[in-house]
Design a protein. Structure first.
Length: 175
């Protein structure tokens, strides 16, 4: 048996390296194609959306500077002591006793009236954080705001949101 010559070993290594590069190129190309296809998803009307529990989230009557409806109704929850002093998404420290809230999309510093439809009690809060991250919820109130509206006990509760002022200071136009 004749041992492999250095030239044959080099040729084998070069071919093996080319095979690896070809596999990486194919994997990268396939990944890019799949990402591109995922971006081609259909859009849908978000004016009447059902949350994961089947509850309808409906647009209400408040209109913003762009003329679109922005107020919502849905489920709310509250958060408190575990987050006390931690930075919010806006950068300010969370104070569980201030009347603040977390919303997924409203601009920071937007002023919102949160109404509990059963008792018609309400509280005015300022959006300074992002959330809630639990399915089916539209707003997370600070502990202080939840106490003021009388909703600490239930934990999760139906609410209506009326946007009073956008984060840029512009007032909401009513329908």
């Amino acid at each position: 048996m004749v041992p492999n010559s250095p030239t044959r070993e080099v040729e084998f290594l070069v071919q093996n390296q080319r095979f690896r590069i070809d596999r990486l190129t194919a994997a990268f190309t396939l990944s890019c194609a799949l990402l591109w296809l995922a971006g081609c998803g259909a859009t849908y009307d978000t004016s009447r959306i059902r949350d994961p529990h089947g509850d309808l989230i409906t647009n209400r009557t408040a209109k913003g500077p762009d003329g679109k409806k922005h107020a919502l109704s849905g489920k709310a929850s509250w958060y408190g002591e575990r987050f006390q002093g931690r930075p919010t998404a806006s950068g300010e420290p969370f104070d569980m006793y201030r009347f603040t809230a977390a919303h997924k999309t409203l601009p920071f510093h937007t002023i919102v009236r949160v109404i509990e439809p059963g008792s018609n009690r309400s509280v005015v809060v300022r959006i300074n954080d992002r959330g809630p991250f639990s399915p089916g919820r539209i707003i997370d109130l600070s502990y202080g705001a939840a106490v003021d509206i009388g909703l600490v006990g239930p934990g999760v509760f139906p609410v209506e949101l009326d946007i009073l002022q956008w984060g840029d200071g512009s007032r909401v136009r009513s329908k």
